[in-house]
Structures are given as C-alpha cells and as structure tokens.
Design a protein. Sequence first.
Lengths: 292, 258
Amino acid sequence: MSSTPAPNSPPGAPLLSIRKLNVSFGRGPHPVRAVRDVSFAVGQEKVAIVGESGSGKSTVGRSILKLLPRTARIEAEEMRFRDIDILAADENTMLGVRGRRISMILQDPKYSLNPVMTVGEQIAEAYRVHHKASRQEARERALAMLDAVRIRNPEYVFEQYPHQISGGMGQRVMIAAMLIPDPQLLIADEPTSALDVTIRLKVLAILDDLVSARGLGLIFITHDLNLVRSFCDRVIIMYAGRVVEELRAADLDRAQHPYTRGLLASLPMLGQRRERLPVLQRDPAWLAADGG
Amino acid sequence: MAFIEVDNLSITLGHGAAAQQVLDSVSFTMERGEVFGLVGESGSGKSTILRCIAGLYGNWTGRIAIDGKALGPRITLERSRLIQMVFQDPYGSLHPKHTINSQLMEPINIHRLGNGRERIAHALEQVGLPADFRFRYPHQLSGGQRQRVAIARALIVEPRVLLLDEPTSALDVSVQAEILNLLTELRTRADLTYILVSHDLAVIAHMCSRFSVMQHGRILETLSSDTLDAEEAEATDYTRLLIRASRAYDRALAEQAN
C-alpha cells in the first residue's frame, strides 16, 4: 500500500503530530527532564520508538494519552491527534480519546488484565464503554474479536480467567480488548518482550495483519533493534530523552548517529561470530546534541 | 574423556496428579574450557538441567559427572566449590539490605577460605568494579553492575564450572555486550567451563561452540555455532523456525508456528 515515504513524512495526512514535546518530573529547581524536544509524526504506518531503559520512550507513549502521574509536566509546541489538540484537551475529552481513538498495549498481560473477571467480559466491556450496545451484542463482538486475533476456540476462551491462559494468549486477549473499540492509533509498549520467540512471531503477525486491514497507525515502543528492522516502516531512536535519529527501518544499517551504530554493533548476530562485541562508548556530546 | 558428562538425566516435579516429567533422558558431554549452550522456550527444561547439576533438586535420575567423578543428588560444600551459578535477575539475586561486602563475604565464610579482604578486592577487580563498591548496597548499583557483583560472588570460591541462567536477558543490549565480553574474558583468565542457558539464539550462537535445542524436556538436537548456516538445512522444523524467527520478523514464517 504505502510506497516509500521519506523518513520525516508519514504517508498520507498524519494521524498524530508532535512538535517539541518536553516532559519533566518533580518540582523545585531541578526537575528530571525525561523527554526533551521530541518531534515526530505518525500516519497509517508502523513507527518504532527504540531506546534503552531510561531513554524516555515509554514516557513519550504515555504522554500521548496523558497517562502520566500528576508530578509530570507536559509541554509542547504542538501535540495533535487528528482534530484534537491533546495538549489543551481536558480530562473529559481524553476519556473519549483513550481506548476509543488511541489505545495502548502494555508489556505484560499478567498485570494489565483484571484477575477477577473473565477475559471475554473484559473485551466486551471495552466495547460497551465506548459504544451503546447490549450485553449480547458486545459479547458477539468480543467473540468475533477473539477470532480475529486467531484464538481457536473463542467460546471457551471467553469464559477463562487471566490466570487460566498462557502469556501469548493473554497478549492476544489484550490486543482484542484494545482493538474492539475501533481506535485509529495503537501504542504498543514492549508488547512482545515477555513472550517466547515463536509466540512472539504469532502475536506480531496478528498485529501486523490488523494494522494493515484496519488502516491503523502503530507506535511500537521497544528495545529490540533487530525486530524493528523487519517489522516496522520507520524507526525513531531515543537516547537520554532526545530523538537522536529517525530513519526508515530498511535503512537501519545506514544509520549515521554513533549511538544507533553502537547499539547495532553491540547486538550478537546469528551467522557472524566475533571474539568480542563492540561496547558502546557514550559520548557526553550526545546529551547536548540537537535531536533530529 | 569428557569434562562434564550428563547421561540420561530425567526428573519429575510435583506430586500425584500434578506430577510432570520436566526432563526426559537428557544427555550431553562437554570438554574442559568449552562453552556449551542450552536454548529453548519457557518450560522446555533448560534451567532445570542447570539446577540438577548445581544440586538444587535431589530427585533426578541418571548420571552427572564432572572430571570423571559422579555427582550425588544434592548440593554439598565440595560441589559448590566446583560449580557456581549466576541467575537471570540481578535485582532478585542480591540481598537488598546487605552491602556488597557482606554478600561477597558469605561464600568465603561458608567455605572457610580466609583472606576475605584480599579475595573480595580480587573478585571485584576481576569483574571490573572499583574496590570501594564493596561498601555499597545493591540499590546503589545499575543492573549491569549488579550482574557483575553476582558474577564476582560466583567466582570468589574459585569454581571450575559456571552455570549461567539467562545472565543478560534482564539487561539493555549495550550492557549485555559488556557482560558477555566479561564472561568471555574470565573464561580464559580463570580457566572456567560454562553452561549457558538462554532463550536468545543469537546470544547462544555468539558465546557457545556447541549448543542443544530443547523442547518439552528433551534435547531435540545439538548443533555447532560455526556451521549453523550449513546445518540449518538439516535441522528439525522447530530448530529452523527458531533460527529464522531469531534472524528477523517474517510474516510467512508465522504460519509455521503452531
């Protein structure tokens, strides 16, 4: 569908555009600046935000939904999702955005599903919160959604509690619950890091299919560079709260920034054994560098 | 003669109806100084093999021998001088309220080694940590530094064999590279033999000369890292899937994962 977009312009009109986002935590003279001058746009495509722990990648994801604790200060020149100015939106508007228009999948289904409610009810609830529908209709839609995430026996799984299903199935249930209100943008924060390789492959294929079938935008937050290369369209690389580089996933091997290159080099690769892995040399200049 | 022999190792865990055979006739041998890998998904039994070798389970059957000497079922002082283990989570494997010094002193006292100060200083130096880190608590260290402490604690009794259970999977990739390099370095410097368990095939192939692929408590096959490309064609379907899924995301491949 989408041809080859330039690194900085998503295909079609952007769903989300962010300009100079800054997030800081704590008051007083020295707040922690977790995100600094981050700008990017997302269209109907798969965009990865890659970085190591503490790089601010999850904070960016959460600030899009205004899901940060009260001590956080979000500032930006622009943060717009379609017709909604997220920066100016009040809590009421955000309630209509969260889940309904932008949804979020987290790393571990064990913690994000309600342990005392069957998984089917949780998916049906996600639909009923945003759409006027009878219990029966919501149930049918939930069953159809379970089928869409390729669960073989939807009727059976519907009645299960989270502890009765495997991690891979839990993550598919999460995807079903997040997609049933029919959002336009999906933020997935390390959605497959807790899964085994073959299960991960299946969950990614489901995400991949749903994103292209429904024309969604996907923000894929991860630390896994190797996965991003083959799964996403574009990659945004973050270091210490800043975007240090943005490029097409296919061009990852031609990355310019020493941090990106250092990360790639430090990955063990199948088929190329090296005596030592090159270790990332952090340059203090990266902290001062202008992102993008 | 092989340095480590594992022959027909089986174990059943749980009782009555919940009993489950976790390992089913696992056998492999390895040479002194070798790094041998076990790769597989959760529940395949790879960590259980390490725990049997370390003597953490008493009810395994089969034979485990190191340097020609068969090991008993349970952990003994002598065995823990010989074999030490490093666990996945450096946050969980260090006592949060003890200083690094007191955690490193513990094995010295248990084995009545003496020269505590010198041994600790040497162990910290070996893993590349400054000497004054001994006065710190685990929360004052980063994840990578904690894993270095866990390695120092294993090395302090001068073992011959290190059992590494996912030693880098809780770490960032740049830190992972540092720890893997450290392990490579220590192996030659301290004349160690490693068994490395990981779910990450790339890490296994980087570190190990040979490795076994595990599924459902059995060894499916044992491959050599250097000839992996050539052997891929002859490998079992499951191993091939594992190899390809580790290389890249591939939509078509997902259909093969049952």
